[in-house]
Ligand binder design. Sequence first.
Ligand code: HEM
Length: 575
Amino acid sequence: MSHGVLSYVAAIAATSGLLSHVLVFMRRDLDSNSHQLLIVANLVVLLKPVALVIRGWSWFDAILISIVADICYTTALFASIALYRAFFHPLRNYPGPFWARISVFWKVKHFQQSGFKAFRVIDGLHKRYGNIVRVAPRQLSINEPEAYQMVYGAQSQCHRLRWLEDRPKNIQFLADVEEHSSRRKIWDHGLSAKACQSSHLSQMNDISQRLCTRLSISKGNPTVINDICHHFTFDVMGQIGFGQSYGQLESGKSHPAITKVERFMKAGVIVTQMMWVVTLLMVIPGLDDPMKDLKDWAKQLLDERANTRQLEEKGEDEKDLMSYVEESKKLTNTRHPMTDEVFAEDAVLLQVAGSDTSYSVLVNLCHYFANYPKLQEIIRKEVLATFPEDDTKGPVWSKLSSAKECPYLDATVNEVLRRHAPVPMGMLRESPDHAINIAGHVVPPKTIVSCPIWSLQYDERCFKDPDAFIPERWLDKSHPDSQAELVLDKRGFVPFSVGPMNCAGKYFAYMEIKIFCAYVLKSFTITFPEGKTGKSEEDLETKQARDKEHASGTEDYLTQGAPRTEVCFQPLAVQ
Ligand code: HEM
């Protein structure tokens, strides 16, 4: 075979590489079609030499020509993609690391190297490059207070990523606004203030009593609170979500599902940056659906739940959350029927979203209670006043939930939610088919955008002295201790996100957190172990340094991995 033939093949292949970039890769959504692309690529690579042999070439020549063609095609394709992304892409003028322009692997590598501190990577980029940063070839991170509503709010022109649209999925992956809205109404019903008060509250009280029994076993000795808080929120969700008792608070042993959730969430930080990988994992037979382990567990849990429910007739007040979600099966106006598979996915979402988020708030609260004993004492007084004489039914929720009756409790929970966002990174959204303006920045069509919650909640444009733990900033102006002037822009406080796809469990979460505080502070004084003091007389600088060190241990698995926190629960004399 002559050199001329190979040069000719190389030229054709390189031109095809360029053309396929311009005509196919630049225009198609590869996140949802990566499996088709892989199949086509494999077929072309494998069938090419066969076709040449059929046309009369020898096997040697056919394979040689194919290899030359493949190398030239892929080199031209990737060179074209890289050049386009670096110098011609509509986002080319936005600042950011050079390699982040070229490939999403820059972000993946740095997220991985950060040791599960992805939110710090994004925060670091904003500190270096400014409020709008190109963090991946077609992704902008926007850290502007007014941008948050524009990206996630009710009037937003952006939408969730339209990925594998034909596949039914759990509510948090739904991009279709109408389908999301009809399923979301059902969730809102189960998690409404009415349902929380009439049905979920009494169960939360029961579980909190079990929590106090567990804490009393530690007899005031140093206790790592992370597992206990995880057991509490996981048990709450098992009981209220599924009517099942996991019994972790009694046994002190973690449910095997906790490890599965952890593994899934850790992988999630990385793979959700590359939805095309998720598509491959889900669609190609033989590869593992990343949610499989958890879905199998959820299916088993739902079976057990169905069996238990057949044995006991449940009244309206004892409906578990999954009974509400189950109503979605009756919806007729949605594109996708609610299959058992999707029901299991929603079950996983409920268990994870409902426990992994609140857990970190409880751990962080314990740190601040130990570090600020005077604050702890003030809140103890507030919560004690909410318990009636016959306290077997628990605190009076209308008092405990009121910012008027328990101002410091309310303010402290909010300050912890600000300083330790349970969902630290911004959720991904996509801009529409036309360019839009977000907070003064022109965002080209089909750009992925996100607003980093952690960074925004530490932004000096929104909060004066953002690094300091100052609950008083959340006290109402009429309160004598109020430092409301430290909140410069409330739009910077978005722990539950905003808009029609915000957190469905916000009311439930506040209830769970405040009930936890009420029970724990009624029964125990929280201190640091000997050596680590957290004494009232300690100067503020020492306390703030300890807060900073505590925050530095925060990790990010899509939800927050709370820093390891060791405290003592000294039993209080019975009130
Ligand atoms: C402090 C605790 C919590 C925080 C900070 C939190 C935060 C969030 C955030 C930021 C989102 C994403 C919203 C979006 O995609 O724009 C979300 C979604 C969600 N959360 Fe929470 N969450 C908490 C607790 C809970 C609890 C206790 C439950 C259930 C009992 C829950 C159920 C959900 C559900 C179902 C979604 C998906 C909503 C949808 O797609 O419509 N969350 N949460």
